[in-house]
Design a protein around this ligand. Structure first.
Ligand code: SAM
Ligand code: SF4
Ligand code: F3S
Length: 465
């Protein structure tokens, strides 16, 4: 049974009480109550964290990057792999002293980990310093829960299940003023056998194209230059994803559109055509293959074969010869043999990805794969991962070489790693580009003549007309 929460006050009344409390707090202390909000995991979670911040700002909270200054600490967690969960438990342990020093400090855990009942039970029993544990369906209850904790020192657990509505009234408070994450859909219906996401995020629900297009327009008007559309599988966006890209492309202005993730089982030629045709959409596709063996893909319930996957790659490259691909890979899925792992190496050599995100398989309780026999040691899987990364390093160095001598457009993000006076940004293919240039270019598009390819980035000279 999951922990159910029934609010004492409706949200709008809780908002009024919280605002009054925050005003009084500010008058007493000379500053608003401060919140520390940290999001782990994927971009979807980061964008949820921005929504939470938007909600807190609405009732009068300010923000801090220091936990010891915070009146409210919220960790927005990820459950996708064990090491993500371990990090969170480590951090919760560190908050024990803060709570002992000031019982009015509110400590909350939310997000994907907090949606799991066994995590809620563990925190309830062993981490008394935590006041609030709420899952991914409980954002609408956040004001009521906060008010009950602040006014009555309650300890609340909310693992309410699946809400199907999308609340368009919650706006994201984005820290970055140049690049924005924009969810177009929530949840996942795919149930890959290794993955916890469908259990903690519920079924797919899509925002309307009107809502998405209006938000893109507003972001472009505010000066955003790169907008990443988010969904666990944007290809199953209910209103048609290629169509949405073409509609967004009609918006005027200088901006880039990226998106993730795109499930290969639903990737179509229509999608590739939209990417190639749309001026604002970057010619780069993150297409997570996960494994190179058809038997393993079947056991993962991915519902495509390597043949179908490669067909899509070949079609994209027939339209744009150096169409850029990146991917996610899992090493050591239960029952994977060394020969099957070698097929993963073969596929990265065949596709020549610009980058890979590879993970050692992590057992997630509650998923079908958790019950499969798994007789390869973690040490062995770690060695396979190293082997894969070494292979990719060569592919990356070689692939990046195609840019040397070309002039590319780069959106500058900040100071670079190369040294004093260097800036860093990304080209259309999402590859890091370092360039020596004045800091005034941060947040701007610039042209860079590429002179060098490394295995982690490109570098070059600023081109000024
Ligand atoms: N929806 C996206 C898709 O299907 O491509 C993926 C989202 S998932 C949050 C990000 C990546 O985490 C997956 O592509 C997969 O490679 C990895 N992942 C998910 N569950 C995992 C597990 N149990 N162990 C290791 N890696 C895992
Ligand atoms: Fe997880 Fe598969 Fe859904 Fe991606 S598509 S979130 S890997 S279940
Ligand atoms: Fe994302 Fe982690 Fe949840 S990857 S959807 S934050 S489990």
């Amino acid at each position: 049974m999951s922990d159910k929460y029934i609010p004492e006050l409706p949200a709008d009344e809780a908002v009024i009480r919280l605002k009054e409390w925050a005003e009084k707090y500010s008058a007493d202390k000379g500053h608003p109550p401060l919140a520390f909000v940290h999001s782990y995991g994927c971009q979807q979670n980061v964008s949820d964290g921005e929504k939470i911040k938007g909600m807190l700002a609405k009732v009068g909270y300010g923000f801090t990057a220091e936990t010891n200054e915070a009146q409210l600490i919220l960790l927005n967690t990820c459950a996708v792999r064990e090491n993500a969960e371990d990090r969170v438990f480590g951090n919760i342990g560190n908050f024990k002293k803060l709570k002992e020093n000031d019982r009015d400090v509110v400590i909350g855990i939310c997000g994907c980990m907090a949606q799991q009942q066994h995590v809620a039970e563990k925190i309830k029993a062993s981490y008394r310093q935590v006041d609030l544990v709420f899952g991914t369906f409980a954002y609408n209850d956040m004001f009521s829960m906060l008010w009950e904790i602040i006014s009555k020192h309650k300890r609340l657990f909310n693992q309410n299940e699946a809400c199907t509505e999308i609340d368009e009234s919650m706006t994201q408070l984005r820290e970055d003023k140049v690049r924005a994450f924009l969810p177009i859909m929530y949840g996942c219906n795919n149930f890959c056998t290794y993955c916890i996401v469908p259990y903690v995020r519920g079924r797919e629900r899509s925002r309307t194209p009107e809502a998405v297009i209006a938000e893109v327009k507003s972001l472009v008007e505010q000066g955003y230059k790169e907008i990443t559309l988010l969904g666990q599988n944007v290809n199953s966006y209910s209103y048609g994803f290629p169509k949405l890209l073409r509609e967004i492309d009609k918006i005027e202005g200088k901006f880039r559109i990226r998106f993730m993730s795109s499930h290969p089982k639903d990737a179509t030629r229509e999608l590739i055509d939209a990417i190639v045709d749309c001026e604002h959409v970057c010619t780069h596709l993150h297409l997570p293959v996960q494994a190179g063996s058809d038997r393993v893909l079947k056991a993962m319930n991915r519902r495509y074969t390597t043949e179908k996957y490669l067909e899509m790659i070949d079609y994209a490259r027939s339209r744009v010869p150096d169409f850029s691909f990146t991917t996610d890979l899992i090493v050591g899925f239960p029952g994977e043999t060394y020969e099957e792992f070698c097929m993963t190496k073969d596929i990265i050599k065949r596709v020549k990805y610009d980058n890979i995100y590879s993970f050692v398989y992590s057992r997630r309780s509650g998923t079908p794969a958790a019950k499969m026999a798994d007789d390869i040691s973690d040490k062995q899987k770690g060695l396979w991962l190293r082997e894969l990364l070494l292979e990719q390093r060569e592919i990356t160095s070689e692939g990046f070489g195609r840019f040397v001598g070309r002039t590319v457009e780069v959106l500058i993000e900040g100071e670079g790693r190369t040294g004093e006076g260097w800036l860093t940004g990304k080209n259309e293919e999402n590859i890091i580009v370092e360039v020596e240039a004045d800091k005034k270019y941060i947040g701007e598009f610039v042209k860079v003549h590429i002179t060098k390819a490394m295995n982690w980035a490109l570098s070059g000279e600023l081109v000024t007309e």
